[in-house]
Design a protein around this ligand. Structure first.
Ligand code: ATP
Length: 270
C-alpha cells in the first residue's frame, strides 16, 4: 500500500480532565501549543515565534500519549500519530518518503499535532549515527520536514521517548525541538488525581479511601493505576459475580496482582 494511505488522521476525545496530575506540564502545553494554535494573532501582535517542536520524555505509562492527544483535542487540532518502529518496518526503503508524507498530510489537514511516539527508533543514538544509512537519511528528512513547518500554519510536532539518552542525538542537538519536557512518575498528590480519573465510572463502596491507596502505590505510574482500578473491579466480580460495589479490600487485593513499574533502578535512567 502507498505510504500516504498509511497516514491516518484522528480527532482524539481526551481532555485535560482525563489526565491526573502533571498540572505544570498541562499548563506549559496550553500556553505553548494550544495558545498559538487557537490564537495565532497573539504571537503575530507581539512579534514572537511560537515553539513548534516538543520532546516529552519519561518512563513508560506516565501519560505522554495522553498529553499529546489532549493537547490536540483541546486545540481543536487533528492528530497524526506515528510510532518510530512502524515507520521503520512498514516503509523499508521508503522511510524518507513516509516522513515527507506525514508532514504533507499534516499541512493539508491543519491545524495538526504530529505525534512521533518512540522517536528513539528513528533518531540514531550517539555513536551509531550513520550506521545504517536509513536512519540517517530519515533523520535528515525529519529535520528538513520540521524546518518546513510553521506553527502559524498550524502544525506542531510532539515527540515522545522512554529513552532519555537520545536527548544527546543529532536530531535534538540540531535544535528542532524547542522544548524538552520531563514527564515524571506521579507523586502522591498526582496518584490521588489519577485514581479519581479512573474510579470515576466505578461504583465505589463507602470505605474506599483513594488517598490511602495513593500513599501505598509508590512507583505506580498512570498506566499501572489504571490497571489497578480494573483489577479491583474484577476482584469484586470474582468474589461475587453479582457485585455492584468495589471496596477498599478489592483495591488492596488488586495490589497483589498489579505491581508498580517504576523503581529506583528505572529512575536512575532519568
Ligand atoms: P508509553 O511510553 O508506554 O507509550 P505513555 O507515557 O505514552 O507510555 P500513555 O499511553 O499516555 O503513557 O498512558 C497509558 C494509559 O495509562 C493511558 O491510556 C491512561 O489510561 C493511563 N494514564 C497514564 N498516565 C495517566 C495520567 N496522568 N492520568 C490518567 N491516566 C493516565
Amino acid at each position: 500500500p502507498s505510504s500516504l494511505r498509511e497516514v491516518t488522521v484522528e480527532v482524539p476525545n481526551i481532555t485535560w480532565d482525563d489526565i491526573g496530575g502533571l498540572s505544570n506540564v498541562k499548563e506549559e502545553l496550553r500556553e505553548s501549543v494550544e495558545l498559538p494554535l487557537l490564537k495565532p494573532e497573539v504571537f503575530k501582535r507581539l512579534g514572537i515565534r511560537a515553539a513548534k517542536g516538543f520532546l516529552l520524555y519519561g518512563p513508560p505509562g506516565v501519560g505522554k500519549t495522553l498529553l499529546a492527544k489532549a493537547v490536540a483535542n483541546e486545540s481543536n487540532a487533528n492528530f497524526i500519530s506515528v510510532k518510530g518502529p512502524e515507520v521503520l518496518s512498514k516503509w523499508v526503503g521508503e522511510s524518507e518518503k513516509a516522513v515527507r508524507e506525514i508532514f504533507k498530510k499534516a499541512k493539508q489537514v491543519a491545524p495538526t499535532i504530529v505525534f512521533l511516539d518512540e522517536i528513539d527508533a528513528i533518531a540514531p543514538r550517539r555513536g551509531s549515527f550513520g550506521d545504517s544509512g536509513v536512519t540517517e537519511r530519515m533523520v535528515n528528512q525529519l529535520l528538513t520536514s520540521m524546518d518546513g513547518i510553521e506553527v502559524l500554519q498550524g502544525v506542531v510536532v510532539l515527540a515522545a521517548t522512554n529513552r532519555p539518552d537520545i536527548i544527546d542525538s543529532g536530531l535534538l542537538r540540531a535544535g528542532r525541538f524547542d522544548k524538552i519536557i520531563y514527564i515524571p512518575p506521579p507523586d502522591v498528590e498526582s496518584r490521588v488525581k489519577i485514581l479519581e480519573v479512573h474510579t470515576k465510572p466505578m461504583p465505589l463502596a463507602k470505605d474506599v479511601n483513594l488517598r490511602m491507596l495513593a500513599e501505598n502505590t509508590d512507583g505506580y505510574v498512570g498506566a499501572d493505576l489504571e490497571n489497578l482500578c480494573r483489577e479491583a473491579g474484577m476482584m469484586a466480580y470474582r468474589k461475587n459475580p453479582e457485585a455492584n460495589l468495589v471496596s477498599q479490600k478489592d483495591f488492596l487485593d488488586a495490589m497483589k496482582n498489579i505491581k508498580p513499574s517504576v523503581d529506583e533502578e528505572v529512575l536512575k535512567f532519568y
